[in-house]
Design a protein around this ligand. Structure first.
Ligand SMILES: Nc1ncnc2c1ncn2[C@@H]1O[C@H](COP(=O)(O)OP(=O)(O)O)[C@@H](O)[C@H]1O
Ligand SMILES: O=C(O)C1=C[C@@H](OP(=O)(O)O)[C@@H](O)[C@H](O)C1
Ligand SMILES: [Mg+2]
Length: 170
């Protein structure tokens, strides 16, 4: 087992928990959005504007195919688990944790964010429909479902660290 992937909807805490897990376990951390933004020299909204959502999705899949072979933690973007190809790569090369959150929590965290183009272009009910549509695919991608409602970032991080310790050599 080489990598730990965090999947889940926007605002479920993938980036925040990935960073904390990395500190706790002393493992390198990569946020796919950050790496793709660095590689292109553009922000995520600029990438969507220039290459379209499909262009961004190709960059995500290329990341998964080409990213270095290293024991590390990867926070995916919320759309990564939607492609079968991506799900297969993640399951084959690591342990996949799905951060399950309520839409209520998600909306509170992301509704005013300007760095997520999908939030910018969607109404609340469109986002909730997307949340419901994506859920089964997050579940398909994951080895573990992690409940995040009413849990602090610290509690969630500790829970995932515990599971990694149990399964990392399996
Ligand atoms: N369980 C939680 N408790 C408190 N704050 C949270 C929790 N999960 C996420 N957050 C906060 O919500 C915001 C969005 O989280 P983020 O890690 O960017 O989500 P993602 O990468 O999944 O889109 C951040 O400010 C993060 O600290
Ligand atoms: O759900 C999505 O389709 C997206 C989620 C974002 O990442 P976060 O899940 O970290 O917000 C980012 O990759 C992009 O804005 C698209
Ligand atoms: Mg993120």
């Amino acid at each position: 087992m080489k990598k730990v992937y965090l999947v889940g909807f926007m605002g479920s805490g993938k980036s925040a928990i990935g960073k904390r897990l990395s500190n706790l376990l002393d493992m390198p951390f990569y946020d796919m959005d950050t790496v793709i933004a660095q590689q292109t020299g553009m922000t995520i909204p600029q990438i969507f504007e220039t290459y379209g959502e499909e262009g961004f999705r190709e960059m995500e899949t290329t990341f998964l195919h080409t990213f270095r072979d290293e024991y590390c933690i990867i926070a995916t973007g919320g759309g990564v688990a939607m492609r079968k190809e991506n799900r297969e790569i993640m399951r084959r090369t690591g342990l996949v944790f799905y951060l399950n959150s309520t839409f209520r929590d998600i909306w509170r965290r992301i509704s005013t964010d300007t760095n997520r183009p999908i939030v910018q272009r969607s109404t609340k009910s469109e986002l909730e429909a997307l949340f419901n549509k994506r859920k089964p695919l997050y579940l398909q991608s994951a080895h573990f479902k992690v409940e995040t409602a009413n849990r602090s970032l610290k509690e969630i991080t500790q829970y995932i660290a515990f599971q990694i310790a149990r399964f990392k050599d399996g």
